[in-house]
Design a binder for this molecule. Structure first.
Ligand code: ADP
Length: 468
């Protein structure tokens, strides 16, 4: 069910404005109608009482002289002077009917059953009955009764209702227009803030700031956001600095440990010692890979990753890389498919090799129970395309867009296959710096990682500092 929280701020503002306008207009109209009706009723009672008084004054001599005919004539004048009077009657002091009047076509009417002795008037939605005593020389000699129709009031109310509906529609329309004009000043700034926040969460670029304008709560929120970004940026720089120093400091002792263990592996040939030495070497290699990844990431982030561009034969590089990866690929067979590129390219040979090695070693790592890994090459007019396909665990659709992020590892792989989530981040940066593209596809079985390199790399892209 749609709740108020599900409605966007923009629509909430418009709704609020329209609702307030309807409420205020409704209250104003109700007050107007009530005062108008009451005013009308008071006026009507007064005017009917005055009329009854006038009829009474005119009837004094007729009553005194028991002249019913004159009384009848006086009442029949009502037809002309007050057509809304339906019934009228004059009674003598004993309450006996002296003269009566009924409008043409009106039903019979009894004043005594519609007005009790204590009431001077009785008002309903449709009619009004008034009573006025006839006084002569301080003595009550009779009473005048008038019964008049209030259909005029209903007509007046209907007209009012029609005008109110029109005014309400116009008022709501105007309120809607005003709300649409005003709401961007509030909701647009909030939406901008949300946009920048989601950009930050996607790109991890904590240098993003929002423009601070004005003095309201949204400005306060923007200031807090900017301060938060500065703090994250600072703590990231400190962390990167620490990783860079630690990696550098670990690299030299690790290189000499590796040299000693390699020496040991040459002089030691007894089992099980040689097994222990081999295991130690394997783990030293893993550590060296981690350190080199960490160093690459810190150079990428500080914007200092430089490419050493030279011209080389890409087919040779691919074949040599396949051959060297095949030596450590165990039961996997790395097969090259597609065309021979037969072109010299301008690129950083070592870095392109690093990308290929990373993609091939991922293919072996994440497809442990399969045999073939296929490297496919093709050439277009301006670029070459290299794909590495495996038939392993693949990557779920919802995680595919994140695998190039720093430290991202898929939920499935992270639990039982070792890795740091840095390799693809570095590959992406290297390829981007070559003005190429890198992407992945995983439909059904396994994964296919592809990248392009322009054939004529006239310039090498200077990427901005990355901070994630
Ligand atoms: P690492 O392999 O060290 O974890 P990468 O940056 O090379 O780091 O890869 C990031 C993540 O992408 C991996 O942790 C894994 O979850 C996923 N991934 C990469 N290559 C493959 C592949 N060929 N098959 C399945 N998942 C892969």
């Amino acid at each position: 069910m749609l709740t108020i929280r599900d409605i966007s701020i923009k629509n909430k503002l418009v709704l609020m404005q329209v609702f307030t306008s309807v409420l205020v207009l409704g209250l104003c109209f109700a007050a107007f109608i009530l005062t108008n009706i009451n005013g009308y009723k008071v006026r009507k009672v007064k005017s009917m009482t005055s009329l009854a008084n006038l009829i009474g004054s005119n009837s004094i001599s007729a009553i005194e002289f028991f002249d019913n005919e004159t009384g009848q004539v006086i009442l029949s004048d009502l037809k002309k002077i007050s057509p809304e009077v339906i019934h009228a009657a004059i009674t003598d002091k004993k309450g006996n009917i002296f003269a009566t009047y009924s409008k043409f076509g009106a039903d019979t009417f009894s004043f005594s059953s519609n007005l009790n002795a204590k009431q001077n008037y009785r008002l309903s939605r449709h009619d009004l009955i008034v009573k006025n005593e006839i006084v002569n020389n301080k003595e009550i000699i009779g009473t005048v009764y008038l019964h008049s129709d209030l259909s005029e009031l209903n007509e007046m109310l209907n007209k009012h209702y029609q005008i109110i509906v029109v005014l309400l529609v116009v008022g709501v329309g105007l309120a809607f227009l005003i709300a649409m004009v005003i709401q961007p000043y509030i909701s647009k700034r909030l939406l901008d803030l949300v946009k920048i926040m989601s950009q930050v969460s996607q790109t991890g670029d904590y240098r993003s700031h929002v423009v601070v304008q004005g003095k309201d709560e949204i400005t306060a929120l923007s200031v807090v956001f900017n301060n938060l970004m500065d703090q994250i940026q600072k703590s990231h720089s400190k962390k990167d600095e620490f990783i860079a120093i630690a990696s550098h400091e670990l690299k030299t002792p690790l290189t000499s440990i590796k040299a000693y263990v390699q020496l040991l592996s040459k002089i030691e040939n007894k089992e099980p010692n040689i097994q222990f030495v081999r295991k130690t070497l394997e783990n030293i290699n893993k550590l060296q890979l981690l350190l080199s990844h960490l160093l690459d990431v810190t150079t990428i982030e500080s914007g200092h990753l430089r490419l050493h561009i030279n011209e080389f034969d890409i087919d040779t590089l691919i074949d040599e890389t396949i051959a060297s990866c095949q030596m450590t690929a165990g039961k996997h067979i790395i097969i090259r498919k597609g065309i021979q590129i037969n072109s010299m390219i301008h690129a950083d040979r070592l870095r392109i090799e690093q990308v290929l090695v990373n993609l091939i070693s991922n293919a072996t790592k994440y497809a442990p129970d399969t045999k073939n890994i296929i490297i496919e090459t093709s050439k277009k007019e301006h670029e070459i395309l290299i794909s590495v396909r495996d038939f392993g665990i693949g990557i779920p659709r919802e995680e595919q867009s994140r695998v190039f992020e720093r430290f991202y590892r898929t939920k499935h792989s992270s639990s039982h296959i070792s890795g740091f989530g840095l390799g693809l981040f570095i590959c992406q940066d290297i390829i981007k710096r070559h003005n190429g593209r890198i992407w992945m596809e995983s439909e059904g079985l396994g994964c296919c990682f592809s990248f392009t390199i322009p054939l004529k790399n006239s310039f090498v892209m200077e990427l901005p500092k990355v901070s994630i």
